[in-house]
Design a protein. Structure first.
Lengths: 471, 585
């Protein structure tokens, strides 16, 4: 096959590749040459807090002096997780006064860890929604609950790991792609197989663990005949032929698909990013010795990847980006571990603060950040200054278009009666469907019902209306 | 035979005479051929380091006899990993085969030590040095004269099934001891598998990672975390408590946390925490604990876990799930319901659960050799396969350094990316365009690794591993087949005319096919159809295929060129999609 024919065939295959691939050339053609491109669609950024985050530690109730009150009992049974004596109310009160912002929505007062400066800014601006008493499963098994959360399917069984994720479904439904910014794509990213919608496919996923290395090697003209050049040219032409010849049900087809997608997107992305210097405070997140380096430098890299992804969102037809952060399974020494994490995420000039400083308003207005873990923690400290697995939890929804506030009872009084149980946890009242579907609808109107067809049957806390999640 | 029936009021302990006949259906002798031998080597030993004669010999045996020779947990196994002629040290004689023992030798001044002097520090295991378990394992797994099956299963046990992580508080000495103790336990072939799980569960590495070394029972209160109490059942045994979640949460897990008390790990100034647990009684929970519908007794955590592991191994969820965890982890990403049923039946048929017997039975089963079996390679699997097959003798090991690649692909041994849930899986690797890209670029942009064939007194010598049959003519076509089977191991199933044409061109000329045919049309794409029907191309390909390679030439430059062409062909083979997965047939 001559070069002319090869080019022709790749154009044809891209058209057949799926809606995500189909729009590629149009998108490249109208991409901005210099500045930050306008998002071609609204974008969901989903951050998984792997391990099951204790968000009560971030947002505890105000200390109260009445021994029967929620605010007293919380601090009493969780004193150890704050490295405080279990019998020293004065120390609890001091901790509350010194280390937490005191916030309110007019009805509920709550604390916010002072390390979370950026999050306070979001709250003050009305861009932070706190959704409480959320549940995906009655299990406390990390991997199973992560699968349920990633699939957004509270009915998923343990053996359903091959089912698509809700980020992938969103991308598939809206004709775009999910960018997996983690070391390997989460279940969240995989869309349905067009031939069998209950099975997953990687057609709508682009993994981008390092957005600055997206190109498959190909030699410059001067190096075409080097040893590297000979093999790179061989493989490029070999794959061009192979992808046309390989059986559609071959287990190796996914690799010819990946090669094709990498070659097409990789070159365009590299060309785009060559115009974008990494902002200094984003580079600092993962650079040892910088003034704002994160404890978790892997997260810093993901933030850089996210910045880049938004910068080339038009090329990949970005609908969702997937991030993950470990270190939330705080069975021991919770204060030390978790506060580093919160600082990394929400501290001044740290992950999301640094990112948002570098995003144009129009990008911030058209993106939403969803943060949550696979489950929560138990209501009281264990014997190792930590907390063990619990089921109910809270989620944070953040963005310039978010209708900030508290959704669901932040501190249910009914918990008090269960504190002496052996494994008390937050009672789950709102299932995932009711949070995730409105987000999908905001990204693409009417997509929520398609992606979450069981929403009507899903549990929802009385009095909560998540249809108001966006302005 | 001892048989006690245990209920919540009494302990269930059933021990029969050892009987290791697992109930898989064994493949026919006729199907046990060279391809079958290679499949086993690729699935369980990174392709092995044996020669064609040995593969033929193993293929001529009955599958039952051959598999006993191939899969062993001994420190060495000459049937699947032979010393090269020039290898100086018989590692199995010089060391006890443990990572620590190997490290002592590789960091020593022993005259037979193949490790260059300036690199020996990497293998030091002395308490006052920075031990590197990953570097030790990587070398052990590719060293000729050891046993890659032992290392592969050892890695799976300690990095996947019962994973702990050097990125947590586990120190390198604890990790070395953990690995060596688990592998040593597996090496005792008559030892029941639950004892290996007990060894792991009571190790310093696990107590350190999960933090239950701090668990104490004081004043009738368990000052505990329940992290390992949960994962001991879920990850080690596959017990999720689905039958009665409340009992599992409120009774089994809570009481197991109480059983895991007073497990101190001494701190030694200048060394950190030691590599073993001291099982105390002062702060250990007294009395009987209701766990897993059994009554658990023991004066310390060790005694309790020893008993609990026996019970857990025979719990119905473990019987169902653990064998599936093993097979899906090591050999099959595409298990059907029927496969799972057969795996469970085979496991259940073993009155004493024994991992080696189970794996041997599986490796010669119709299920393993069935076309539906698919195993996607992890980054470690892929990189180890490449190095195991490309390194021709132990003196070459340091020329093919893996850590940087594995770091890039976030698949570094003993630092599992999912923490206690294990390292990168094959499915994850196969779904990641990042991994594909990193690999692709390593065999193209960085293929100097494969094309470098000489330095000082060293020469790459592919002729040293060719069979007598191949050595008669050194014919390109045959050498291409040899290389494909060495690295892909599919019995040439996927070695079509497209692949063969590219490989033969590189072997015969050192040039890719387009360059060889017309250096003004370097981007020409060849299709299978034209390669099969175009008369000019057919003629060219015939000439390339019959070219004799100068791998035994007396001229050093010619020999180097021939070996470089092999390196180029290997680069190409490694870049094809067929490297990334293995099929049953």
């Amino acid at each position: 096959m001559k070069r002319r024919n090869f080019i022709k065939s790749t154009l044809v295959s891209s058209a057949l590749y799926g809606v995500g691939g189909f729009s590629l050339f149009n998108q490249i053609a109208r991409a901005s040459a210099g500045g930050f491109p306008t998002l071609s669609s609204r974008v969901l950024v989903d951050l998984m807090l792997s391990g099951g985050a204790n968000l009560r530690h971030l947002m505890p109730p105000p200390y109260e002096s009445d021994p029967n009150s929620f605010g007293y009992r919380y601090w009493q049974v969780n004193a150890k997780t704050h490295n405080l004596p279990a019998d020293d109310p004065a120390a609890w009160e001091q901790r509350w006064e010194n280390d937490y912002y005191h916030l309110t929505d007019g009805t509920t007062s709550f604390g916010l860890l002072k390390e979370a400066t950026w999050l306070k800014t979001m709250w003050d601006a009305g861009f932070l929604a706190i959704v409480n008493n959320v549940i995906g499963s009655n299990s406390r098994d990390h991997s199973y609950c992560q699968m349920i959360k990633d699939q957004g399917n509270v009915n998923a069984g343990r053996n359903d790991s091959g089912n698509p994720g809700w980020g992938g479904k969103l991308a598939y439904t809206t004709g775009g792609n999910v960018l997996a910014l983690t070391s390997s794509p989460r279940n969240f990213c995989f869309g349905p197989n067009p031939n069998n919608l209950s099975q997953r496919s990687n057609d709508n996923v682009i993994s981008a663990a390092d957005t600055r290395k997206m190109r498959l090697y190909h030699p410059s003209a001067a190096k075409e005949k080097t040893y590297q050049g000979r093999i790179a040219r061989s493989l490029r032409t070999y794959y061009a032929a192979k992808r046309e010849e390989i059986a559609s049900d071959s287990i190796y087809k996914r690799f010819t698909d990946i090669e094709y997608k990498s070659r097409q997107f990789g070159n365009a992305i590299d060309d785009r990013l060559s115009q974008f210097a990494i902002p200094a405070n984003i580079e600092g997140l993962y650079t040892a010795g910088s003034s704002n380096v994160l404890n978790n430098r892997g997260l810093g890299k993901q933030i850089r990847n996210l910045y880049d992804s938004l910068a080339f969102s038009d090329i990949v037809n970005l609908r969702a980006a997937s991030l993950a952060m470990g270190g939330w399974d705080t069975h021991k020494d919770q204060k030390v571990v978790i506060e580093k994490n919160f600082s990394d995420l929400f501290g001044a000039n740290k992950a999301f603060d640094a990112l948002s400083q570098n995003l144009p308003t129009v990008v911030r207005e058209n993106s939403v950040l969803l943060i949550g873990g696979e489950f929560g923690r138990q209501l009281k400290a264990n014997g190792n200054n930590g907390t063990d697995h619990g089921r109910g939890t809270s989620f944070l929804v953040i963005g310039d278009s978010v209708n900030g506030g508290i959704y669901g009872d932040m501190y249910p009084e009914t918990e008090l009666a269960r504190l002496d149980d052996s494994s008390p946890d937050i009672t789950g009242l709102t299932e995932y469907d009711h949070i995730f579907a409105p987000i999908c609808d905001w990204i693409a109107p009417n997509s929520g019902n398609i992606i979450f067809p069981n929403q009507a049957a899903a549990k929802l806390e009385a009095g909560v209306d998540l249809g108001q999640l966006f302005v | 035979m001892l048989k006690k029936i245990l209920t919540t009021a009494s302990v269930i302990l059933i021990t029969y005479n050892n009987s290791y006949a697992a109930g898989f259906q064994t493949i026919n002798n006729a199907d046990w051929d060279e391809g079958a031998v290679r499949r086993v080597l690729h699935a369980f030993a990174y392709g092995g380091q044996t020669n064609e004669a040995m593969i033929i010999k193993l293929a001529k045996m009955s599958p039952q006899a051959a598999i006993k020779k191939m899969l062993t947990f001994g420190k060495s196994n000459g049937n699947i990993s032979k010393l090269a002629k020039i290898d100086a040290a018989r590692l199995s004689k010089k060391t006890n085969g443990s990572l620590r023992g190997l490290g002592e030798f590789w960091s020593s001044d022993d005259p037979d030590n193949d490790v260059p002097e300036n690199k020996r520090y990497k293998y030091s295991v002395a308490l006052d040095t920075n031990a590197r378990p990953a570097e030790l394992w990587l070398r052990a797994a590719v060293s000729h004269g050891l046993n890659p099956f032992r290392q592969k299963v050892g890695l799976w046990e300690t990095n996947y099934h019962m994973a702990v992580n050097l990125q947590s508080s586990v120190n390198t000495q604890q990790m070395l001891t953990y690995y060596d103790d688990v592998v040593k336990s597996l090496g005792n072939t008559k030892r029941a598998y639950h004892k290996t799980l007990t060894t792991a569960a009571t190790s310093a590495a696990v107590a350190e990672h999960y933090g239950h070394r701090n668990n104490v029972y004081k004043n009738d209160v368990c000052l505990c975390n329940e992290d390992f109490a949960r994962e001991y059942f879920q990850l080690f045994f596959g017990i999720l408590g689905d039958e009665d979640p409340d009992y599992h949460e409120e009774i089994t897990i809570k009481n197991t946390a109480k059983a895991l008390t007073d497990m101190k790990i001494e701190y030694v100034s200048g060394q950190g925490r030691v590599d073993h647990v001291t099982f105390g009684t002062e702060f250990h929970t007294p009395g009987t604990l209701d766990i897993l519908y059994s009554l658990n007794k023991g004066r310390n955590a060790l005694k309790r876990i020893q008993k609990l592991s026996q019970v857990a191994m025979f719990h119905h969820e473990s019987r169902d799930n653990l064998p599936v965890i093993i097979i899906s982890g090591l050999a099959d990403d595409n298990l059907s319901d029927a496969d799972i049923a057969e795996i469970r039946a085979a496991w259940s048929s073993m009155k004493t659960k024994n991992l080696l017997s189970f794996l041997r039975a599986y490796a010669i089963s119709t299920q393993f050799h069935n076309a539906s079996r698919v195993k996607y390679l992890t980054s470690i699997d892929r990189r180890m396969l490449i190095n195991t097959q490309f390194i021709l003798n132990n003196a070459e090991i340091d020329r093919y350094y893996l850590p940087a690649y594995l770091r890039e692909e976030q698949a570094y041994p003993f630092e599992p990316i999912h923490n206690v849930f294990g390292g990168q899986t094959g499915e994850e690797a196969a779904n990641s365009s990042d991994i594909f890209r990193a690999h692709y670029n390593s065999v193209t942009e960085k293929n100097y690794v494969f094309t470098k064939v000489a330095a000082d007194t060293w020469r790459k010598d592919w002729a040293s591993v060719l069979s007598k049959k191949l050595s008669i003519k050194y014919e390109v076509d045959k050498i291409g087949e040899f290389l494909w089977d060495r690295f892909i191991g599919d019995g040439l199933k996927n070695y079509g005319i497209l692949e063969r044409s590219y490989v033969n061109s590189l072997l015969a000329s050192g040039k890719d096919l387009a360059y060889f045919i017309d250096d003004n049309d370097l981007d020409r794409v060849f299709t299978t159809e034209e390669l099969e029907t175009d008369a000019d191309l057919i003629s060219i390909l015939e000439n390339l295929a019959s070219t004799k390679m100068a791998l035994k030439s007396k001229d050093d430059q010619e020999r180097q060129a021939a070996n470089r062409n092999v390196g180029l062909a290997v680069s190409f083979i490694l870049g094809t999609p067929y490297l990334f997965a293995r099929e049953g047939r």
